[in-house]
Design a protein around this ligand. Structure first.
Ligand code: ADP
Length: 318
């Protein structure tokens, strides 16, 4: 192995830079040249490939976003696009490719495995990739939501209102669940578990009778639109509802300690996997350790939604 390529793809996530830095520095440490590919598969297909030095990744370890930029690239889903990508890698004599991204990005990587060694590093705030307990960015996003909800609660308390806060997660309710339990949300709505408007309204009324003057309802984007849910709750309960969609602020910011550490460990592990001559692998965080697994683990059965924690959240917010 003489040359490794690395790219970030799909949605950005805090900690991607820490992973990138680890790939670059660990690679150089082992005498390998590391090439950064800009803008995901889009940049790969168009040959946006540059050698990265030790200094090129200085001062990025705790910075959010991705220095390499990221993109979505429909062309990569075509045979021609994949061939162009492989041609570029071969032209630059790159022997192995590290892809930092979500499961879509991993599928793209798999199409290149016929011509090059590949390793995936799970990077997405949604924590929706099978085979790993955590994805890079999730912990930071949860902390960002907790911080934002804390601020919203101040206003909710002052105005005695019910706030419906929509958080990210695609079809996965993990961000909503973790943030909801951490900040004591009155209700948490997730795509994994059906919810009942009447139950939520009863809870709001019970709280009101007890003298509670505000409520926070966290809605995972996959559970439905906060606007629709807020309107329905207002109609049924008679309480004023205010809607906040946290949106992209959840994807930004400096990575938390946990994300930065996992990202670095995964970046290092990816280089070890390549040095061992392995391919079609992903790095995974399992039982507090970063390990190597077959990339197919990313498409296995998803870690079950933590119903116990969800139940507990309901019990704590009666
Ligand atoms: P994520 O990696 O966060 O899941 P996407 O699903 O948008 O994000 O995927 C990112 C990119 O990966 C896509 O824009 C496309 O270039 C590539 N990709 C996704 N699915 C496939 C696929 N089935 N085959 C080839 N490339 C894919």
């Amino acid at each position: 192995i003489e040359r490794i390529g690395v790219l970030t793809s799909g949605g950005d996530a805090p900690g991607m830079n820490a992973a990138l830095r680890a790939v670059v520095r660990k690679g150089i440490y082992h005498g390998i040249k590391v090439y950064g590919i800009s803008r995901g598969y889009e940049g790969l297909i168009h040959g946006e490939i540059q050698e990265l030095s030790l200094g090129s990744v200085a001062d990025i370890v705790l910075r959010g976003g991705t220095m390499l930029k990221t993109a979505r690239c429909p062309e990569m889903k075509t045979e021609e696009g994949q061939q162009k990508a492989l041609d570029q890698l071969h032209k630059h004599q790159i022997d192995a490719l590290v892809v930092i991204g979500g499961d879509g990005s991993f599928r793209g990587a798999q199409t290149l495995a016929r011509g090059i060694q590949i390793v995936g590093i799970p990077g997405t705030i949604d924590n929706d990739i099978s085979g790993t307990d955590l994805t890079i960015g999730f912990d930071t996003a949860v902390n960002t939501v907790i911080d934002a909800v804390g601020k919203i609660r101040d206003t909710a308390t002052s105005h005695e209102r019910t706030f419906v806060v929509e958080v990210m997660g695609r079809d996965c309710g993990n961000i909503a669940l973790q943030a909801g339990i951490a900040c004591g949300a009155e209700s948490i709505l997730v795509p994994e578990i059906p919810f009942d408007y009447d139950e939520i309204c009863d809870k709001l009324k019970r709280g009101h009778q007890r003298g509670k003057n505000h409520s926070i309802i966290i809605v995972s984007e996959g559970a439905g639109s906060a606007y629709k849910i807020g309107e329905e709750l207002r109609t049924r309960s008679g309480f004023e509802t205010r809607i906040t969609i946290l949106g992209h602020l959840q994807r930004g910011g400096n990575p938390s300690a946990l994300d930065a550490v996992i990202a670095a460990a995964m970046g290092g592990k990816a280089v070890e996997i390549i040095l061992a001559g392995e391919t079609n692998k992903m790095t995974a965080y399992v039982n507090q350790e970063v390990i190597s697994r077959p990339l197919d683990a990313a498409y296995g059965e998803r870690r079950p939604f933590n119903r116990n924690l969800y139940e507990l959240a309901n019990q704590l917010s009666i």
